[in-house]
Design a protein around this ligand. Structure first.
Ligand SMILES: Cc1cc2nc3c(=O)[nH]c(=O)nc-3n(C[C@H](O)[C@H](O)[C@H](O)COP(=O)(O)O)c2cc1C
Length: 148
């Protein structure tokens, strides 16, 4: 799961306002903090942040588009605008993406429940391998698979 979070590099964060209005938005900054926590950066996510301040429950989905599988995490979020958590995650992003990325806060999320999500492609053809699914979908998107 930890490897998948880093490899996939994109997730969708679902939050809800205090009156239950859902909000889902993408985050490319999701990273593993430790065995129980993930973290992402607030760079341009006003609604997500407003919702977390009103209601700390959230769900994150991260799915590998080509392998058609991923994970979903139910969690609670905590906002850090300075301090060790902020510095650690923000420095990783600044080292990778450049110092001009405007990071307003880091949301550290405590994972309460984690579940693998598989496309029906895996159930419909019994015994199909991840590699076979990857080949089919890479072909559909016109991607060439280059081994890492
Ligand atoms: C691929 C992708 C990755 C993104 N990654 C982040 C991110 O890590 N942090 C962030 O704050 N915004 C990120 N954004 C931008 C937000 O998703 C976007 O500003 C969105 O409208 C915020 O909506 P919200 O206020 O409902 O959260 C990303 C957008 C895309 C398309």
């Amino acid at each position: 799961m930890k490897a998948a979070v880093d490899d996939i590099g994109l997730c969708f964060v679902a939050t809800a306002s205090s009156d239950g209005m859902p909000n889902v938005s993408p985050k490319g900054s999701l990273t593993v903090w430790d065995g129980d926590h993930l973290a992402f950066a607030n760079i341009a996510s006003p609604r997500t942040m407003k919702n977390i301040k009103e209601n700390l429950k959230l769900e994150i989905n991260t799915i590998d588009q080509i392998c058609r599988r991923g994970f979903r995490f139910k969690e609670t979020g905590e906002i850090f605008e300075r301090g060790d958590v902020f510095d650690h995650v923000a420095n990783d992003i600044w080292n990778r993406e450049g110092r001009d990325v405007p990071i307003h806060a880091i949301v550290k999320v405590r994972v309460l429940e984690a579940q693998e999500v598989l496309s029906p492609a895996y159930w419909l053809r019994k015994g199909v391998t991840v590699e076979e699914v990857r080949q089919v979908w890479a072909g559909r998107f016109g991607y060439k698979i280059i081994p890492k």
